[in-house]
Ligand binder design. Structure first.
Ligand SMILES: Nc1nc2c(c(=O)[nH]1)N[C@H]1C(S)=C(S)[C@@H](COP(=O)(O)O)O[C@H]1N2
Ligand SMILES: [Mo]
Length: 199
C-alpha cells in the first residue's frame, strides 16, 4: 500500500504555497460567463459612477483611455477553484475614477452591460486594489474576457471582477449582486475561502 495518496504525491506543493486554500494552478485562461457576451460599440460605450445622491459622472471610451493607466501584474482566483498567477493587465485605477467623487457611501454595486451585477465595500475599490482594465497580456482585452473593459479586483474571487463593466453605484446600504443573491459569499476573500454564504 502506498503511504500517501497519488494525488498528494503528485502535487507541486511548492507552487501551492502561493495559492489560497482549495485552489489549483492553471496556465490557460478559462472563460466563465453567466450569459451571452454583449457587444458594445466603442462610440456608445460609457462608464459611469453614480453617488447615493444621484450625481452621475461619465467617461466616454476616449476619456477613459486619456486617463493615466497602470499595468498591474496580479494573481486571479476563481471560486470554481482555478487560480492563474502573474497575469498582466493595463487599466485605470479606481482611485483615479473615484478620487474627486463626493460620497458618504460605504458600499458599491458594479453593473455590467448585459445586466450582471456584483457588490463590494467601497473601500475594496480604493488604495490601489482595483482597476477598470482594458488590456490583457499586451493586447486589447478580448470580448469573452470582458472587453472592451472589465473591473479587475484580484484580492477577491474573480466573480467580483465584472466583465463588460458599465458603471458603479455608490450605496449607503449594501445590495447583493448576481452571484451574491444566489448564495455566494457576500465578500469573497479567497484567502479565507469565502466561497458561499456562511463560509
Ligand atoms: N458581466 C459578467 N462579469 C463576470 C461574469 C459574468 O457572467 N458576467 N462572470 C464572473 C465570474 S463567475 C468569473 S470566474 C469571471 C471569469 O472571468 P473570465 O471569463 O475572464 O475568466 O468573470 C466574472 N465576471
Ligand atoms: Mo467564477
Amino acid at each position: 500500500m502506498a503511504p500517501f495518496t497519488p494525488g498528494f504525491l503528485g502535487r507541486d506543493r511548492s507552487a501551492d504555497t502561493t495559492l489560497p486554500p482549495g485552489q489549483y494552478l492553471t496556465h490557460d485562461f478559462p472563460v466563465l460567463s453567466a450569459g451571452p457576451t454583449p457587444r458594445i460599440p466603442l462610440d456608445r460605450w460609457e462608464f459611469t459612477v453614480m453617488t447615493e445622491a444621484g450625481v452621475v459622472r461619465r467617461w466616454s471610451w476616449a476619456e477613459l483611455l486619456a486617463l493615466p493607466s497602470e499595468t498591474p501584474t496580479v494573481d486571479l482566483h476563481c471560486v470554481t477553484k482555478w487560480s492563474k498567477l502573474s497575469t498582466d493587465w493595463e487599466g485605470v485605477s479606481l482611485d483615479t475614477l473615484l478620487g474627486d467623487v463626493d460620497t458618504a457611501a460605504d458600499y458599491a454595486l458594479v453593473r455590467s452591460y448585459g445586466g450582471y451585477t456584483t457588490n463590494l465595500p467601497l473601500e475594496d475599490l480604493l488604495d490601489g486594489k482595483a482597476w477598470i482594465a482594458y488590456r490583457y497580456d499586451g493586447e486589447e482585452l478580448p470580448s469573452e474576457h470582458g472587453g472592451p473593459a472589465r473591473l479587475l479586483i484580484p484580492h477577491l474571487y474573480l466573480w467580483k471582477s465584472a466583465k463588460w463593466v458599465r458603471g458603479i453605484e455608490l450605496l449607503i446600504e449594501d445590495e447583493p449582486g448576481f452571484w451574491e443573491s444566489l448564495g455566494y459569499h457576500n465578500y469573497g476573500d479567497p484567502w479565507r475561502e469565502q466561497r458561499y454564504q456562511g463560509d
